[in-house]
Design a binder for this molecule. Structure first.
Ligand SMILES: Nc1ncnc2c1ncn2[C@@H]1O[C@H](COP(=O)(O)OP(=O)(O)OP(=O)(O)O)[C@@H](O)[C@H]1O
Ligand SMILES: [Mg+2]
Length: 389
């Protein structure tokens, strides 16, 4: 089963040689019969799915069976994640043909649970026990790999089984990879991560691409060298592959990619409006409160002092921190002492351009006032006053 978030990546994976090597080594370790668990965390669109998809090839080479499933908001019924990964689907296998007795019992239990959720407590416990047994015994015949994607969205019973397993140590003869975004924060996920950390799991933080890999990815996407104007916009993506692809795709769709002197470059600014819209959709998952505060912050520029944002927003500094915590965890803003910096200027611009004109002017007026109070230089204050008109 494919877990690709965006169907059909037709371009090569760039800038991930080190991470792939790490994962390949761990897969070899598992193929030798040792259990390994990896927690792969990274901001939205940074390339978690792309990386674990690339494991498929290595698994085939090493003749390691790879099972995978992806948690999703729409499929959040009990044990959805684990049953997607572990139970052969009856439609695919002709009404459960090829299932072991444990799998058959589990499938029947789940059917009964879904049919009558009110009377399920004993069934829950039994299903959890059977899933744990399946996971522990799956490698009896040969080593395997299990990729569970987006566990930040996983159903609670699946997380509970994974937590119980952590207390017993790595799953024998398996490479288990759990991928997750840092937000939304869920206490049960934090508990799971802590338990796996105690059990010796590897933590792999997938970082944004370097400036060089950013351009390389864009060049793969357009099929040749890219010019200075497009490079300028690419530099605002903070090395996020999804945003890089959004930039290229939007420029192309708007007919703004023009060839000259052997390079493809973006022309004009008309494609910026659709780009802003795409980018705003990408950060919608942060929720209205965080986005509203980040929208206010966008007026202050790429980097800003948190106290200035607090006076601009008219809220105590502590409240701003509390709201921004989620933006920080998501990598949309990054902390540098008492300053915050937007991780992707593209996102800042999209939020800024998304403000209503009246609201934007009012925010600039308040920013002028707040910055003057805080002792900012006159030309900065004047700059805000000009945009307040
Ligand atoms: N290193 C890379 N080289 C080329 N393309 C990449 C790379 N990493 C990611 N991509 C592409 O960027 C897009 C976003 O990547 P991906 O879906 O893997 O991110 P993700 O971290 O899984 O995001 P999410 O948090 O939404 O699950 C995809 O189209 C993917 O194919
Ligand atoms: Mg993904």
């Amino acid at each position: 089963m494919s877990t690709s978030a965006e169907p059909g990546r037709t371009w090569p994976l760039v800038g991930r040689a080190a991470e792939l090597d790490d994962l390949d080594d761990l897969l070899s370790t598992a193929a030798d019969g040792v259990g390994v668990t990896v927690l792969l965390e990274g901001e939205a669109g940074v390339g978690k799915t792309g990386l674990v998809d690339a494991l498929r090839g290595s698994a085939r080479l090493l003749d390691v069976e790879l099972r995978s499933a992806q948690a999703s908001d729409v499929r959040s019924w009990p044990f959805a994640l684990l049953s997607d990964a572990l139970l052969v689907r009856s439609s695919a296998a002709g009404h459960g043909a090829g299932r072991s007795p444990v799998e058959t019992e589990l499938a029947d239990l789940l059917d009964a649970m879904y049919a009558d959720p009110a009377r399920s407590v004993a069934r829950y416990d039994r299903a959890a026990e059977l899933f744990a047994a399946l996971l522990r015994r799956h490698g009896d015949i040969r080593p395997w790999a299990l990729v569970l994607e987006d566990v930040h969205k996983a159903d609670a019973p699946s997380l509970e089984v994974l937590l119980q397993l952590a207390h017993e140590g790595a799953v024998p003869r398996a490479l288990v990879v759990l991928t997750m975004r840092p937000v939304p924060y869920r206490p049960e996920l934090a508990e799971l991560v802590a338990a796996w950390t105690r059990a010796g799991a590897r933590y792999l933080e997938l970082r944004p691409l370097s400036a060089r890999a950013t351009v390389e990815l864009a060049e793969n996407l357009v099929g040749g060298p890219v010019g200075p104007s497009l490079r300028g916009t690419l530099a605002t993506t903070g090395g996020n592959p999804r945003l890089i692809a959004d930039v290229v795709r939007t420029a192309r769709a708007a007919g703004a990619l023009v060839a000259s002197d052997g390079v493809l470059d973006s022309a004009g600014t008309r494609w910026m409006t659709p780009l802003d819209e795409v980018v705003r959709q990408r950060v919608e998952y942060l929720g209205p409160d965080v986005l509203a505060l980040l929208g206010q912050a966008s007026v202050l520029g790429t980097s800003f002092v948190i106290a200035d944002l607090a006076s601009l927003a008219g809220d105590p500094v502590a409240d701003c921190w509390r709201t921004l915590r989620h933006g920080l965890a998501a990598g949309v803003v990054r902390a540098r002492g008492d300053r915050l910096v937007f991780g992707h200027d593209l996102v800042r611009e999209a939020l800024y351009n998304g403000l209503e004109p009246d609201q934007r002017r009012a925010l600039h007026a308040r920013a002028a006032w707040a910055l003057r109070q805080a002792g900012a230089p006159a030309q900065i204050v004047t700059g805000h006053l000009e945009r307040a008109r």
